[in-house]
Ligand binder design. Structure first.
Ligand code: GLC
Length: 558
């Protein structure tokens, strides 16, 4: 392997100047409904999370991000909130949430809560008051109520389409006005030009920060502001001109939120869910007085391909550097196909539009690549997200019968989109048959069924297996904490087309072989960890290795 250094990207050196735990944190995403069910009702709960905090501590994570845990009719699995200051009774109580935050903190783990500012549940008191009030009433102004078009006002006010499919407008039951919902009809969009809306959310932020939350994950963060004229989408719209995505007025909202977060002694952190293909528009949200970090969906969506991954890493680092924000490395979450399944496909990229049932999958290959991807993500500068079950290598469950499906993406697409239930299956903890320790024995059927062949994927089984995905995650995260790269800067190693290799500092190299031919290691390099067995000193296909002292003896510490 030829070891030649390219110009270093000075991301880490700059980060040194501004320490902050979130800059290189490992954040573990807890989908409460499927994490652990302590009370036996078949639904995960806060008591279940509390019980398993030692597991999370031992895994070596810095923070937990909880998907929405608030009271919700669950039309979109909790992203339809009816009360932002309480806990859904299926999950527990507010006192339990406070206790959980405190206990996690005692174990050195911070808590990030999910805030959903774009929409509320149709059962939220504001929306209930709005539909109970007359046309043109102030209660309706907190939402987007509009008369219909066409004869009798029977057609929606405009042609906007819901992200879940179908029109983004639903008519009120009395056959009067229509209201806007970018997601399901049970999730009416708020009108962010209304002062109540901004004031309410600022108060909700303080509510959770005052209870010890270290930060918030902001749902659908680029959608809050709408074109007040409700103009149609245009193919030739310039940056910031889309009628409901990435509008410039959003930044002012996040500046106010940042001031609130910075007002705490231990400043709170804002993490944005910002899906934008334009990486420069994306990083505008990460300017020093706005959000701290945002999920890197470009990396998440990249196919398992050396060139595409390299391009994604390079553009991410380059775009984050000028705003001095850390990049984040995300392989999965509760919305996307599980990595071991996705990477086992001919097209291993992720896009909602192309997600279909019946796609041929080679799970063994996917698992091997997911292992390699995990070590790659752990070695990159910035912070990392792990979605529960990713560390167990759970596959996407694709044979959920229609009558058991829950996700509105499945319903609203008329079954064209398989929906997101397959990545939300309850975690297998122990034992050889469902519920695999997710619920206590004799509990009610879990809200989504677990497959019958998950015995080898339980935490218990994987803990005893040094070759398991869990053992790899534990070992990789342990090494990551030791930061074998020190404080050195990131630089690329030119390598063959099928290899992605980068250095951090002088002594550390991460090396990923995507191609069919094994690639020999440089002489003298010490292997810190490998995602799979090496072949007589060479790195086989779909394998990542971390190397120490790759420049050979005598070069160390140059
Ligand atoms: C975000 C969430 C997703 C939810 C949607 C609407 O994309 O991650 O799960 O359905 O927002 O709130």
């Amino acid at each position: 392997m030829e070891v030649v250094r390219e110009a270093a990207v000075e991301t880490e050196a700059r980060s040194e100047e501004q320490p902050g735990w979130w800059r290189n944190a490992v954040v573990y995403q807890v989908y409460v409904r499927s994490f652990a069910d302590a009370n036996g009702d078949g639904i995960g709960d806060l008591a279940g999370v509390l019980e398993h905090l030692p597991y999370l501590r031992d895994l070596g994570v810095d923070a937990l991000w909880f998907n929405p845990w608030y009271p919700s009719p669950m039309a979109d699995s909790g992203y339809d909130i009816s009360d932002y200051r309480s806990i859904d009774p299926n999950f527990g109580t507010l006192a339990e949430a406070e206790h959980l935050i405190a206990e996690a903190s005692r174990l050195g783990i911070r808590t990030i809560v999910d805030i959903v500012p774009n929409h509320v549940s149709d059962q939220h008191p504001w929306f209930q008051a709005a539909v109970d009030s007359a046309l043109g009433s102030p209660e309706r102004e907190r939402f987007w109520f509009r008369p219909g078009t066409g004869p009798g006002g029977d057609s929606p006010p405009n042609g906007w389409q819901s992200i879940f499919g179908g029109s983004a407008w639903t008519r009120t039951e009395d056959g009067g006005e229509w209201y806007l919902h970018l997601f399901a009809p049970e999730q009416p969009d708020l009108n962010w030009t209304h002062p109540d809306v901004a004031a309410e959310h600022e108060d909700v932020l303080r509510f959770w920060f005052d209870r010890g939350a270290a930060g918030v994950r902001i749902d659908s963060a680029a959608l809050l502001v709408k074109d007040p004229e409700l103009r149609e989408e245009r193919a030739d719209a310039g940056p910031g001109e889309h009628p409901f995505t990435d509008r410039d007025d959003l930044h002012e909202i996040y500046r106010r939120w940042r001031a609130i977060a910075d007002g705490y002694d231990d400043p709170r952190v804002l993490v944005g869910e910002v899906w934008l293909p334009d990486v420069d528009r994306f990083t505008r949200y990460l300017r020093p007085d706005e959000l701290h970090t945002a999920f890197n969906f470009d990396f998440l969506g990249s196919p398992w391909d050396a060139e595409r991954m390299r391009a994604s890493i390079e553009s991410s680092l380059a775009a984050h550097a000028p705003v001095d924000a850390p990049a984040t490395w995300v392989l999965s979450n509760h919305d996307v196909t599980r990595p071991v399944t996705r990477y086992g496909r001919a097209d291993s990229s992720f896009a909602f539009e192309s997600k279909r049932l019946g796609t041929p999958t080679d799970l063994a290959r996917g698992r091997r690549r997911a292992r390699a991807a995990a070590l790659l993500a752990m070695a990159l500068p910035g912070s990392m997200y792990i979605y529960q079950g990713e560390e167990l290598g759970l596959p996407e469950v694709e044979d959920i019968p229609a009558e058991r499906k829950q996700d509105p993406m499945w319903f609203r697409s008329g079954g064209v989109d398989p929906g997101r239930d397959g990545c939300r299956i309850p975690i297998p903890w122990s034992g050889t048959t469902p519920p695999y320790g997710f619920s206590p024995n004799g509990a009610e059927r879990s809200w989504l069924d677990q497959p019958g062949d998950w015995a080898p994927l339980t935490v218990e089984a994987e803990s005893d297996d040094p070759r398991s995905m869990l053992s790899l995650y534990r070992a990789g995260l342990r090494l990551r904490r030791e930061a074998p790269w020190g404080t050195g800067a990131f630089s690329w190693f030119p390598s063959g087309d099928e290899v992605l290799a980068f250095a951090r500092g002088e002594d550390f190299v991460c090396f990923v072989n995507f191609g069919p031919d094994p690639v020999p290691l440089p002489a003298g390099a010490e292997v810190l960890i490998a995602s799979d067995d090496l072949e007589g000193g060479a790195v086989p296909q779909d394998t990542t290795v971390w190397l120490l002292n790759p420049l050979g003896q005598g070069e160390k510490g140059r």
